[in-house]
Write a protein that binds this ligand. Structure first.
Ligand code: CTP
Length: 399
């Protein structure tokens, strides 16, 4: 039981997702954790204290003062906890947290807590997207808190979009992962990553290629290695060099070479992530000598390259397979179609329409799709995006 004797303080605020916290408490208790619960006054209208007290095997607190004039000591509660989880966290409580307000016990305890704080926001779509909420979530992250992003789906208002609280198992995973020794959460796993562009030769000096820098794949490799995985990185031409010597780098040039190299390792991989921007077509013939500019027109016949990811999907056994999609239109539908067509477990969509996202930038804004879920993320550095992708993989593979 990986959370044996860990002291978990759960703060529930007034959102419809409060009912799901019963399952979260049960899961924490099953993992050997000790659980105490604080509710905001409005949370009490959504879920019964009796249910929470029964499941946590502890009294539930919501006021500064208990019965018979006793004082519910927020300092003691804050000091007691090894982790504090605010779930669901409403826009109101989030705002009060990051601005130091303190008008109920949950906030006083939060301000007194010295332990890591996890925040699982839950609110309606426009509230979640509002610049003030985005700013408050960023502030919470700047304080060092761990924000567990809301998921997309049908909301209590009937609207559909991001804002639904992460599922209890996702919250549980985030907390469990935090307590793993040195975060070596991928120890014993082999991760195969493709990165960079491919160059398809036209003649000895020219090629067809693209602007991919390889940064996303190299960041994924670095993050996976930091989590203890054995990492095999198959990269097309890029100037990047892995910082971590443990990464087993194989440099290739063309899509055909990438396919060959990938299949030397794929069968042993536990996780395979195709972040390479593979050229879809290659010249049918490579001219043996440099093509001279004799004519006004030059036609080069192209033939389709092998689809490396689709081939991986067709031969998938134990591998958790992740693809990327770079779309300029009908993004969601195209990404979901690729998930299906290439037999993937997950697809990471980045849109070229987003400023700061895409090939050459150091930042990226992604949406992750599985067959059941859709999770949107803010614009972040590729390093942070790599961590988000691996968190998402681990949550589904290792739980
Ligand atoms: N990919 C691959 N081999 C190829 C083409 C793509 O492994 N020959 C992988 C990429 O690494 C990426 C995913 O497939 O993970 C999506 O690639 P993309 O080019 O966007 O999709 P395609 O299926 O090629 O569709 P289209 O170009 O029509 O959008």
């Amino acid at each position: 039981m990986s959370l044996q004797d860990k002291k978990i303080l759960i703060g529930i605020t007034g959102g419809i997702a409060a009912y799901k916290i019963s399952f979260l408490i049960r899961d924490f208790v099953k993992q050997g954790a000790e659980v105490q619960v604080i509710m905001t006054p409005s949370a009490r209208t959504f879920v019964s204290e009796l249910t929470l007290a029964t499941l946590s095997k502890n009294p539930v607190y919501s006021d500064f003062y208990g019965e018979n004039g006793t004082w519910n000591n927020h300092v003691e509660l804050g000091m007691w906890a090894d982790a504090m989880i605010i779930a669901p966290c409403t826009a109101n409580t989030l705002s009060k947290m990051v601005h130091g307000q303190c008008d109920h016990l949950l906030l006083a305890t939060y301000l007194s807590a010295r332990c890591p704080v996890f925040i699982a926001p839950a609110m309606d779509l426009d509230m979640y997207a509002h610049p003030s909420t985005r700013q408050n979530l960023e502030m919470a992250e700047d304080f060092g808190h761990i924000v567990i992003p809301a998921e997309e789906g049908e909301l209590a208002s009937g609207l559909v979009g991001p804002g639904r609280m992460a599922e209890p198992e996702t919250i549980l995973y985030a907390v469990k992962n935090y307590f793993l020794p040195q975060h070596k959460s991928l120890q014993g796993k082999t991760v195969l990553i493709t990165a960079g562009p491919t160059y398809e030769a036209i003649d000895p000096v020219r090629f067809i290629g693209n602007h991919s820098s390889g940064k996303m794949g190299f960041e994924l490799a670095k993050e996976a290695a930091a989590r203890g995985a054995k990492v095999i990185l198959v990269s097309g031409p890029t100037a990047l060099v892995p910082e971590n010597r443990e990464i087993d780098l194989h440099r290739v040039t063309s899509a055909a070479e990438m396919l060959d190299e990938v299949f030397k390792h794929y069968h042993h991989a536990d996780i395979a992530i195709a972040s390479a921007a593979v050229a879809d077509y290659a010249p049918k013939e490579i001219a043996p000598e440099k093509i001279k500019k004799n004519d006004d027109h030059l036609t080069i016949e192209l033939v389709k390259n092998p689809d490396i990811l689709k081939t991986m999907g067709a031969q998938k056994k134990q591998q958790f397979l992740v693809g990327f999609a770079l779309e300029t239109q009908n993004e969601e539908a195209n990404a979901l179609a690729k998930l299906e067509k290439k037999n993937l477990d997950m697809i990471v969509l980045n849109s070229l329409r987003d400023e700061g996202a895409g090939f050459k930038n150091d930042t990226n804004r992604i949406t992750i799709f599985t067959k059941q879920e859709q999770i949107g993320f803010d614009l972040k550095s590729k390093k942070e995006v790599a961590a988000d992708i691996l968190d998402a993989v681990e949550m589904r593979l290792l739980k």
